[in-house]
Design a protein around this ligand. Structure first.
Ligand code: DI6
Ligand code: FE
Length: 407
């Protein structure tokens, strides 16, 4: 009877554990064993002492890292907003377009009109593109339905993507994305409808793993978000927040008050907001694709986040309006160039800290004994390359906990 299911030898291991060693490199270790879809052992081949696995393979000196995690996407949607991109290139602002009935509402119209099958078929290649880059866990938000039926269909499509691909999908209810036409001037009544009708059904059917909202002058106020978050907590759902993207609305403080898993965007977050996130141990999810696409100039408070010890994650924010980017590697490179993160911070932001932003840090995001065997095998000479090349196929193989589970 072999000791393990799978033993990979001749590997270089960037564990991405928090440690003094860059990239959490376990310097002498050159082998990793997996059983029941979990990491069972990491060590030196020379110390194996007769231990065996059902399958043993040499990776010929390749690097392995935790599989990547994209912790903030809106990738289930129909239509596109390329014409708005053109308008913005001519000088129109995101807010102007939104107030004129475009923006999120334009995607809402297209998404409501699409069948669930169409939404699935449109989203599948986006999921595949991310998986081809080494993503094994992916968050998908609703928020382009803004009424019960389409919000639920979006979450069902997201769940189905998880069932029919090798990617593990976490879903987030973002019904509070913007005020739908049926509730114009009645945002409070819309929030009440989410709390009293949508949330109970979504929770009952276990369709969402978290609840998100957009706190902004063109969306929802602090008190409205607070009401929603209180209801989410009553259903046992953790919260996340689109916070301070276009102005300082006290979003980071609000997220921290509800012990949010993460506060996302944060371009306009104040020093007090950063302190609040640090105290609440919420993750700061930075979205350089949206910053680039909107032509923003206000940088998130990176130095303050760093010096306060706030964990930083990087995500694509894949959506047709502000971040038409389906590549986490590209987001990592942009975070280096635009936000001056280091390649190591970006890789931590797409593994360890992204897992934390989804409440999954006990389960994945680093290569450690007991964690899910979600492992990316790379054709690279150093992990710093992962935040450097864009569009270069360097993934040799993606092992996921599901695939290595003993049948
Ligand atoms: N901020 C974003 O970056 C996305 N949602 C949000 O609140 C953009 C969504 C969109 O414009 O379609
Ligand atoms: Fe977003």
């Amino acid at each position: 009877m072999p000791d393990w299911d799978l033993l990979l030898t001749d590997v270089r291991i960037a564990t991405m554990c928090e440690s003094t060693a860059p990239y959490g490199v376990a310097s002498a270790a050159d082998a990793i064993a997996i059983s029941d879809g979990r990491i069972a052992w990491i060590g030196e081949q020379t110390t194996l002492q007769g231990k065996t696995a059902s399958v043993q393979r040499s990776l010929d000196g390749r690097w392995i890292t935790p599989a990547l995690i994209d912790c903030h996407t809106h990738l289930v949607f129909s239509g596109d907003r390329a014409s708005e991109f053109e308008q913005r290139l001519q000088g129109a602002s995101y807010e102007e377009i939104a107030r004129a009935g475009g923006g999120i509402m334009s995607t809402v119209r297209a998404t409501r009109d699409a069948t669930s099958e169409e939404l699935f078929d449109l989203a599948l290649p986006r999921v595949s593109a991310l998986a081809d880059e080494g993503v094994a866990t992916l968050e998908i938000k609703s928020g382009y339905g803004l009424e019960l039926d389409t919000e639920i269909r979006m979450l069902e499509v997201a769940r189905r993507l998880g069932e029919e691909t090798a990617v593990d999908i976490r879903t987030t209810l973002l019904a509070a994305h913007t005020v739908p036409p049926e509730f114009v001037g009645e945002a409070d009544r819309y929030i009440d409808m989410i709390c009293n009708e949508m949330l109970p059904q979504v929770a009952e059917r276990n369709l969402a793993d978290a609840v998100d909202a957009y706190c902004e002058s063109i969306a929802f106020s602090g008190p409205q978000v607070a009401k929603l978050f209180a209801a989410a907590k009553q259903h046992g759902l953790p919260v996340k927040l689109h916070a301070d993207q276009l102005s300082d609305c006290g979003g980071a403080e609000l997220a921290a008050h509800f012990a949010a898993l993460s506060a996302d965007h944060l371009e306009y977050t104040s020093p007090a907001g950063v302190r609040a996130l640090a105290a609440a141990q919420s993750v700061a999810v930075l979205l350089p694709g949206a910053y680039l696409t909107l032509g923003e100039t206000q940088l998130p408070p990176i130095d303050a986040l760093r010096s306060s010890g706030v964990a930083i994650a990087i995500a694509t924010d894949c959506n047709p309006g502000t971040s038409p980017i389906c590549s986490l590697r590209t987001a990592m490179m942009l975070a280096c160039r635009l936000f001056r993160l280091t390649p190591e911070e970006c890789l931590a932001g797409a593994t360890r800290n992204a897992a934390r932003a989804l409440g999954l840090d006990e389960d994945r995001g680093t290569l450690e004994i007991g964690k899910r065997a979600d492992i990316a095998v790379w054709n690279i000479s150093h992990p710093r390359e992962l935040a450097y090349w864009v569009g270069t196929p360097q993934l040799a193989e993606l092992l996921t906990g599901r695939h290595t589970t003993r049948p």
